[in-house]
Design a binder for this molecule. Structure first.
Ligand SMILES: CC(C)(COP(=O)(O)OP(=O)(O)OC[C@H]1O[C@@H](n2cnc3c(N)ncnc32)[C@H](O)[C@@H]1OP(=O)(O)O)[C@@H](O)C(=O)NCCC(=O)NCCS
Length: 413
């Protein structure tokens, strides 16, 4: 079966996490992704956080599957010549270097358009135009500058960064959408375009409900927050602890066994109150006007969840999931990475995939979470550094052995 992005060729100048997550998705959707790496070193993550000596790290292998790798020094004359030829033949160019790096190599957007007016040129940066436009940014910096850290954690503690890589992988997702949208528009205009996404902007987009709350704050306290009714609200959205970001109250509750992840998240929908009270043996509160309505409960959400916890603590988190879901109560066990890695349903859908790597052997990765019925995904190993250099030069640029030897002599590949 064909793939959605068959025929699309991506010149991938990305490194670390944000850009590589984007191009890995494009590769899974069928694009031919050519990862350009500096000779000798390659993407810095090949060497970072290694678990095995002399083998590409999981950091690298889990972000770069299904791509081809060409080593190319784009700062040499010969390297620039080859890079120019690759731009001519590609549909997408993407990079996530520090601001200005590609311009300094001589490849500003104007020049890229001159070389190939049909190319879509995407960039990920830490910030958009403004005071910080020239700054380098990593994941947690963007979580702090995009509104996630200030709204995460507990009222009496410092800002907290989340385990979800919303700055890196989150921005990669945004850019992937930008790229396919630009490719779609190209079908009518015949032109490529510039796609830019700043990590601060992507994180803020993911923190949309917190900007909602900032504006609600002007009109009174945020009643679903743990600070209501006894805490103090300032003029900034406070940290919400475990409180649900939506209109239905929710909280983390302890379950049996007492392990670090023996918890579940339980949400009290309006229609969930009666079945919840019944299952925990507090039928007396179902109709009691002090408890029966969401408004009555707002001032005592802590007590509501304490009651529920008195029951969940006697049950395994998976039992809680089963019993409450049977009653139509939204809830979920807190799953550890170990449990997720072993979860058979995630293996069955390919969301957790086992991959065979020529040097490291078998490892687990997160496969494509986006399922297309007509574009099947087969997760393949990440490329070794420069594994496809000669193949790409021959197949795409028509190089012969002599041309390749010359490029090698000049330190370009
Ligand atoms: C992630 C980041 C902080 C890393 O910074 P860094 O390690 O200093 O790396 P840089 O991006 O500055 O790139 C290093 C240099 O390698 C050069 N380089 C990269 N690939 C090359 C190649 N194939 N051939 C020759 N030179 C190459 C770049 O041109 C740059 O050189 P310059 O500084 O002379 O312009 C930075 O790239 C950044 O802010 N990126 C944008 C935001 C982002 O994506 N952050 C999240 C990453 S997960």
């Amino acid at each position: 079966m064909g793939k959605a992005l068959d025929g699309i060729r991506v010149l991938d100048m990305t490194h670390v996490q944000s850009g590589p997550t984007c191009t890995q998705l494009l590769a899974w959707f069928g694009a031919d992704v050519i990862k350009v790496e500096r000779p000798g070193t390659g993407d810095v993550t090949r060497h970072q956080l290694r678990d095995l000596p002399d083998v590409d790290s999981l950091y690298f292998t889990m972000l770069n599957s299904n791509k081809r790798s060409i080593t190319l020094n784009t700062k040499t004359d010969k390297g620039k010549e080859i890079f120019t030829k690759l731009i001519e033949t590609c549909d997408v160019l993407i990079e996530n270097f520090a601001p200005g790096a590609l311009d300094r190599m001589g490849f500003a957007w104007e020049r890229i358009q001159e070389i190939n007016p049909r190319i879509v040129y995407a960039s990920i940066k830490g910030f958009g135009p403004g005071p910080y436009v020239d700054c380098k940014v990593y994941e947690n910096v963007s979580q702090c500058t995009g509104g996630s850290a200030s709204t995460t954690g507990f009222d009496d503690g410092p800002p907290v960064v989340t385990g979800a890589q919303i700055g890196d992988s989150g921005t990669g997702l945004h850019v992937a959408l930008g790229i396919v949208t630009a490719l779609f528009q190209r079908q009518t205009t015949g032109r490529g375009q510039r796609v830019v996404c700043a990590m601060q902007d992507a994180v803020l987009n993911l923190c949309r409900v917190k900007l909602r709350d900032q504006q609600r704050l002007a009109h009174g306290p945020l009643k679903e927050y743990p600070q209501y009714p006894n805490g103090v609200f300032g003029n900034e959205v406070p940290r919400a602890g475990h409180a649900s970001g939506g209109g239905q109250p929710g909280h983390v509750v302890k379950c049996a066994h007492g392990g670090p992840n023996d918890y579940a998240y339980v949400i009290i929908q309006v229609q969930g109150w009666a079945p919840l009270m019944k299952v925990i043996g507090r039928e007396d509160l179902i109709e009691n006007p002090e408890w029966a309505t969401p408004e009555a409960r707002l001032t005592k959400l802590d007590d509501c969840f304490a009651l529920i916890e008195g029951w969940t603590v006697t049950k395994d988190k998976f039992e809680v999931m089963e019993i409450l879901n049977d009653l139509g109560v939204p809830c979920g066990p807190v799953l550890s990475m170990k449990e997720l890695a072993e979860e058979s349903s995630l293996r069955a859908t390919g969301t957790v995939a086992e991959v065979d790597h020529p040097e490291r052997g078998k490892y687990l990765t997160v496969g494509n979470p986006i399922k297309l019925s007509d574009s099947p995904v087969e997760v393949k190993a990440s490329p070794l550094l420069g594994e496809h250099t000669e193949e790409i030069l021959k197949e795409i640029l028509g190089f012969d052995e002599g041309d390749i030897a010359e490029a090698r002599e000049q330190g370009a590949i």
